[in-house]
Design a protein around this ligand. Structure first.
Ligand SMILES: CC(C)(COP(=O)(O)OP(=O)(O)OC[C@H]1O[C@@H](n2cnc3c(N)ncnc32)[C@H](O)[C@@H]1OP(=O)(O)O)[C@@H](O)C(=O)NCCC(=O)NCCS
Length: 186
């Protein structure tokens, strides 16, 4: 097998184009190691977008036009403990801080063989959207995610590598997901 191409924020544009999910987009061929994530893209993503419940972005390979990955983004808020607020220098009497959430994120298995860093590249774009697109109109301090450790415990390490930290609230021993946040302004 040939060595995977390493994708990052500087070279990503050469290999991939990011586009909003549109009617008739060829999502049928998308295969992910966790079937639920492929099912969501094929069966639910367009409806949730039409209903303004989640907005999906596809990462399309320039060379062969295949869909390498996708992310669905939603508005969110995160509850922080006193210690967490101190950590982020957020000296406010309330717990809830505005955020943008990665509701779904997946990279097609075939593309995980060909490339490294596609998931990280999608997260980079999510952060960029929150900072540059939401920001002039509405505040969002964090990028959040519920890391789906039920399907893959390793996903926690993936999010930690991309800069997320687990939240004190909604993180417990027997949870199927771990609530995590990334500060967009540090
Ligand atoms: C999780 C997922 C999006 C990561 O995408 P990816 O393109 O493989 O990730 P990257 O190549 O950007 O990985 C960045 C780092 O995280 C590590 N990593 C990625 N996925 C990992 C996993 N599942 N377990 C452990 N480590 C992982 C990589 O090895 C890499 O580490 P390195 O920098 O030390 O080499 C992808 O594996 C996926 O689609 N999984 C199935 C769906 C899913 O679990 N989505 C998340 C739900 S919350």
């Amino acid at each position: 097998m040939s060595t995977p191409i390493v994708i990052n924020r500087y070279n990503g544009k050469e290999y991939f184009a990011l586009e909003r999910l549109a009617a008739g987009a060829p999502v049928g061929a998308f295969e992910c190691r966790i079937g639920e994530y492929a099912d969501y893209l094929r069966e639910d993503a367009f409806r949730t977008q039409t209903d303004h419940v989640a907005l999906t972005w596809l990462l399309r390979e320039r060379e062969n036009h295949g869909i390498a990955g996708y992310m669905s983004l939603i508005a969110d808020a995160v509850k922080l403990s006193t210690a967490e607020k101190e950590l982020h220098k957020l000296d406010y009497p309330f717990k809830t801080i505005p955020a943008m959430k990665i509701g779904k994120l997946a990279v097609a298995e075939a593309f995980r063989q060909k490339y490294r860093g596609v998931g990280t590249y999608l997260i980079y774009h999510a952060g960029r959207f929150a900072r540059n697109s939401i920001n002039p109109y509405c505040a969002a301090r964090f990028l959040t995610v519920d890391a789906d450790v039920e399907h893959d415990e390793g996903v926690l390490a993936f999010y930690q590598k991309t800069g997320f930290a687990p939240n004190a609230e909604l993180t417990g021993k027997h949870r199927k997901t771990i609530s995590m946040r990334l500060d967009l302004y540090v």
